[in-house]
Design a protein around this ligand. Structure first.
Ligand SMILES: [Zn+2]
Length: 57
């Protein structure tokens, strides 16, 4: 497969400071703007509800 899926490792939590949104409020991986959020250890994790890509904000 030569499509550019798997551009991002969905098992990893990206750091928003190192990887800001290409388009603010949208997932870098799939472009959707639908997220669920969790808070743990003082960190805010934003997970895309479409592809599951995670970023700590
Ligand atoms: Zn996504």
């Amino acid at each position: 497969m030569t499509e550019n899926q798997n551009k991002f490792d969905l098992t990893k939590i990206y750091d928003f400071k190192e990887l800001p949104d290409k388009e603010s409020g949208r997932c870098d991986n799939c472009g959707q703007a639908h997220f669920k959020s969790t808070v743990g250890n003082g960190k805010f994790i934003r997970e895309c509800s479409h592809c599951g890509m995670k970023k700590s904000i």
